[in-house]
Design a binder for this molecule. Structure first.
Ligand SMILES: C[S@@+](CC[C@H](N)C(=O)[O-])C[C@H]1O[C@@H](n2cnc3c(N)ncnc32)[C@H](O)[C@@H]1O
Length: 210
């Protein structure tokens, strides 16, 4: 047990997959109340709406699904079935209690996703491509499980986008492995947020698998 309560600051400082398992195991039970509600977290809403606005359909994989916030918005918009994948068994346990997801897949994205190739017509991810979390090197693993024409909506913290090589990675894939790439920018938190990250933004990378 860490002495300090988990928060955004500790999440951004994570370095290894084991760090993630430890922090999110501790945070899972009150992530929705202590973080999402208090910080007026909005990114899952923007990501789900962008996916649907781009014509996204199920079956969908929610990548780094956490407690299921993005899946909840998608389900409310009539999208399904939705599977959840995450490195944290405790976060997935919270997600599965919400009766949104068909299946939970516990996996480290850096090791690939243990499902057959071309399983999904849509891939969403909210809040997982951020400081201390995963970088663009996992995108090929997401492309593997996506069908031809699958719609992607991946939120990427704007500062992380610049420092971790997302721009180059997406440019290298564009026109060959992916097409119809657009990068709308959204605010991660709403007007009720007060912390030092209250004005942070993310890109929602929208594209289709070729
Ligand atoms: C900030 S939370 C976002 C959760 C949810 N999508 C949301 O928007 O609230 C980031 C999630 O990414 C997961 N994660 C971090 N590193 C991962 C990895 N290497 N493989 C799979 N999931 C990972 C964490 O366990 C956590 O649930």
């Amino acid at each position: 047990m860490s002495k300090k309560e988990p928060d955004l600051h500790s999440a951004y400082a994570l370095e290894t997959p084991d760090d993630h398992k430890r922090l999110y195991a501790e945070w899972a039970g009150d992530y929705d109340d202590s973080f999402a509600a208090r910080e007026d977290y909005q990114l899952h809403i923007h990501t789900a709406r962008a996916f649907v606005g781009a014509g996204g359909q199920g079956p969908v994989l929610d990548v780094g699904a956490g407690t299921g916030l993005c899946g909840g918005v998608l389900a409310g918009l009539g999208v399904g079935p939705i599977d959840a994948t995450d490195i944290s068994a405790e976060m997935l346990d919270q997600a599965m209690r919400k009766d949104i997801y068909r299946d939970a897949i516990e996996a480290d994205l850096n090791d690939g996703i243990p499902v057959p190739r071309e399983s999904y017509s849509g891939i969403v991810s909210s809040g997982t491509f951020t400081h201390g979390h995963v970088g663009p090197e996992v995108i090929p693993a997401l492309l593997r499980v996506a069908r031809h024409g699958a719609q992607f909506a991946l939120s990427i913290n704007a500062k992380h986008f610049e420092t971790q090589g997302f721009s180059d990675a997406l440019k290298a894939l564009d026109g060959d492995k992916i097409h119809n790439l657009s990068l709308p920018q959204v605010r991660i938190y709403g007007d009720l947020a007060a912390g030092e990250n209250k004005d942070d933004t993310a890109f929602v990378a929208l594209f289709e698998k070729t």
